[in-house]
Ligand binder design. Structure first.
Ligand code: PMP
Length: 458
C-alpha cells in the first residue's frame, strides 16, 4: 500500500465515525478505502480492481465516469451554483426537472417537491400526509404502515417506518404512528402446499387485520417499494400488489411507492410500479435520479393532495417545510443530463437486453449447495442462502454465511452486499454482457469458497 493510502486510512480511523458500520471492526481493521472508479469498476487503495455489483448503494446507474454529467455540473456551477427554492424563488433547471419528472412519472402524478436524499423525500411525504389530512378534517389519520424488513430511510420518522429492528433497538424507536405488516417472502414463509397467489391473499388478509386492529380511520398510508431492496432483493409474489391495493382502496388509504431503488430502469421498466402494476398516490425517488453524481431526491404526488395542501396553508399561505438544498441547481442540472442520457442510450431497452444474460447466469447458480432461492428481474437479483433449501432451514446466524460470501467475492474482485444470509446483486445499469459474465463467475467462485468452509462445519 502506498503512503497516501496509508495516510488516508490513518486519518479515517482517527476521526471519522461511519454510518451503518461496525464500529469495533472499524477501530480494529480500518476502512476499505476506495480511491477511484471507472465504468462498472471501483479501485481500492491496494490497487485492486473490483466490479461494483451493488452500484455503490444501488445508485451508480451510469457507472463511475461520465464526462457529460461532470460537464453539466461544471456548467451549472459556473452559471448559478446555488439558489434557494424557499420563499417563492426558483431557477430554470429545477423548473425544467419538475416538468420532466412529472411527464415521465407513473400513475398520473402532477406535483413534485425536491430534497437531497431518499430519507428526506419519504419524510416529506409523511409530513405532507399529516398536513393534508388535517386539511381534510381527519387529523387523526396519522398512522403509516411499512413492512417488516422494509427500508425507507433513516430520519427519525422514516427509520420508524422501516421494519429494521436493529435500527430501532436502543434508539427508543419506532415512533408510535408507525406500524409494520408482513414481509412477502414467499419462499421463506409460505405454508407447505400454498401457491404464490394464496400466499399473497394471506398477506393481504394480514394487512387488513392490522388496519382493522389499528382503526382504518387512523391509517394515512402504506409505504412500500414495488420490490423490496433493503430486506434483500425480494420480488413480490404473484397477485401481491393486486390484493394489497384492493385493501388500500377499501379503506381509502394512500399508497406511496418508494422508487428510490426500483426507479429509473432497475427492474426493466422506468419504474418498479410499472413492472408490478402499482397505482400509487405518491412516488419518492432519489439515487439514480442524478446517477448518484449529486445528492438529489424528489417526491411526486397527485393534484388531489396538492389541493389539500393549499387548503391547509396558514393565513399567509406558507407551507412550513423544506430543506436549504431542496432543488439545488447543480443537482437539477446533473439530473436533467442523466435523464437525457437515459433517453439516448434507451436505458430501459439496455436493461432488458443485458438482464437476459444477468438473470440466466444468476439462475444457473440456483442449484449451488448454499443457494436456496434465486429471484430477480431486470438488473436486480436476490439470493437466499440456507442450510437446507427444501426444509427451509436457515444457517446458524453466528456462522455469518452471507458475510463470508461477501468477503470471498471481494477477494475475487466483486462487490456484493450481504443482508444477513441474503445476497443482493444489482450492478450499474450500463454493465455489458462480458462484464456480467465476469461478475457472475466471481460470484460463483465466492459461493464455492464459502461452501468449502461451511461444508467442513456441517
Ligand atoms: N428508500 C429506499 C428503498 C432505500 O433503499 C433508501 C436508501 N438505501 C432510502 C429510501 C433512503 O435513501 P437515502 O439513504 O438517500 O436517505
Amino acid at each position: 500500500m502506498n503512503a497516501d493510502a496509508l495516510r488516508s486510512i490513518k486519518q479515517d480511523m482517527a476521526h471519522h465515525v461511519h454510518p451503518q458500520s461496525n464500529l469495533r471492526q472499524h477501530a480494529e481493521q480500518g476502512p476499505l478505502m476506495i480511491t477511484h472508479g471507472k465504468g462498472v469498476f471501483i479501485y481500492d487503495s491496494e490497487g485492486r480492481e473490483i466490479i461494483d455489483g451493488f452500484s455503490g448503494l444501488g445508485c451508480v446507474s451510469l457507472g463511475y465516469n461520465n464526462e457529460r454529467l461532470v460537464n453539466a455540473a461544471i456548467r451549472q456551477m459556473n452559471t448559478l451554483p446555488f439558489a434557494p427554492t424557499f420563499y417563492n424563488r426558483s431557477h430554470p433547471r429545477v423548473a425544467e426537472l419538475g416538468e420532466r419528472l412529472i411527464d415521465m412519472a407513473p400513475s398520473g402524478m402532477n406535483r413534485v417537491m425536491f430534497q437531497c436524499s431518499g430519507s428526506e423525500a419519504n419524510d416529506t411525504a409523511i409530513k405532507l400526509l399529516w398536513y393534508t389530512n388535517t386539511a381534510r378534517g381527519e387529523p387523526q389519520r396519522r398512522k403509516i404502515i411499512g413492512r417488516v424488513r422494509g427500508y425507507h430511510g433513516n430520519t427519525i420518522a422514516t427509520v420508524s417506518l422501516s421494519g429494521q429492528p436493529h435500527m430501532h433497538a436502543k434508539f427508543g424507536l419506532p415512533l408510535p404512528e408507525f406500524k409494520h405488516t408482513e414481509l412477502p417472502n414467499y419462499y421463506r414463509f409460505h405454508i407447505d402446499g400454498e401457491s404464490e397467489e394464496e400466499f399473497s391473499g394471506r398477506m393481504a388478509a394480514k394487512f387488513e387485520e392490522l388496519i382493522l386492529a389499528e382503526g382504518p380511520e387512523t391509517v394515512a398510508a402504506f409505504f412500500a417499494e414495488p420490490a423490496i431492496s433493503g430486506g434483500g432483493a425480494l420480488m413480490p409474489p404473484e397477485g401481491y400488489w393486486r390484493e394489497m391495493q384492493a385493501v388500500l382502496r377499501k379503506y381509502d388509504i394512500k399508497l406511496l411507492a418508494d422508487e428510490v431503488v426500483c426507479g429509473f430502469g432497475r427492474t426493466g421498466n422506468m419504474w418498479g410500479s410499472q413492472t408490478w402494476g402499482l397505482e400509487p398516490d405518491m412516488v419518492s425517488c432519489a439515487k439514480a435520479l442524478s446517477a448518484a453524481f449529486f445528492p438529489i431526491s424528489a417526491l411526486m404526488f397527485k393534484d388531489a393532495l396538492y389541493a389539500d395542501m393549499i387548503k391547509n396553508s396558514d393565513e399567509v399561505g406558507t407551507f412550513g417545510h423544506g430543506y436549504t438544498y431542496a432543488g439545488h441547481p447543480v443537482g437539477a442540472a446533473v439530473s436533467l443530463e442523466a435523464l437525457d442520457i437515459y433517453d439516448e442510450i434507451d436505458l430501459v431497452g439496455q436493461v432488458r437486453r443485458v438482464s437476459k444474460r444477468f438473470l440466466e447466469n444468476c439462475h444457473a447458480m440456483a442449484d449451488h449447495p448454499l443457494v436456496a432461492e434465486v429471484r430477480g428481474v431486470g438488473l436486480f437479483c436476490g439470493f437466499e442462502l440456507m442450510k437446507d433449501a427444501k426444509a427451509r432451514e436457515p444457517f446458524d446466524p453466528a456462522w455469518k454465511v452471507g458475510e463470508l460470501v461477501q468477503n470471498f467475492a471481494h477477494d475475487r474482485g466483486l462487490y456484493l452486499r450481504a443482508i444477513g444470509d441474503r445476497m443482493s446483486f444489482m450492478p450499474p445499469l450500463i454493465i455489458n454482457e462480458d462484464e456480467i459474465d465476469i461478475a457472475t463467475e466471481r460470484f460463483k467462485g465466492a459461493l464455492d469458497d464459502a461452501w468449502a468452509v461451511i461444508k467442513a462445519k456441517m
